[in-house]
Design a protein around this ligand. Structure first.
Ligand code: SF4
Length: 133
């Protein structure tokens, strides 16, 4: 991956080695660790920032996309049936505030996550499949 040569970058915390996934794992990538070492990475974990614990049940967007969740027409539901939409909205707001606070022009976020994912997310059926969003 080619990274910009300067500026702060918003990075999903799990990609930088923080064990914050729903299974309390990290998804470490060398480029993210390098950004941290250079002092350029601003780590965000919207799910934890929104008040969810580590570990936590997996959750998926049901009947819509992230845009639909923001518009109030889709919900985020955990595999145990809990509606965690408000946690996800709170986490998204905090991640956006962090980006604005440091003037970040770029965010590199983990694919397929219901909170960090962009373009492709899990289907909402907990079947391991993805939908485009
Ligand atoms: S919310 Fe984002 S940073 Fe947090 S564990 Fe999921 S993908 Fe990683």
């Amino acid at each position: 991956m080619e990274l910009p040569s300067e500026g702060r970058v918003i990075v999903s915390a799990c990609l930088a080695g923080v064990a914050c996934t729903h299974e309390a794992e990290a998804k470490t990538r060398d480029w993210a660790v390098k950004l941290v070492a250079e002092g350029r990475a601003v780590l965000v974990c919207p799910e934890v920032a929104g008040g969810l614990p580590i570990p936590r049940p997996a959750a998926e967007i049901v009947d819509g996309s992230g845009v639909d969740v923001l518009a109030g027409s889709a919900r985020v539901i955990s595999e145990t049936g809990e509606d965690v939409t408000e946690n996800y909205l709170a986490g998204a707001r905090k991640a956006a505030e962090a980006a604005r606070g440091v003037g970040a022009r770029l965010a590199i976020l983990k694919a397929r996550s219901p909170s960090c994912g962009c373009g492709e997310i899990h289907s909402g059926k907990f079947d391991g499949e993805s939908d485009t969003s």
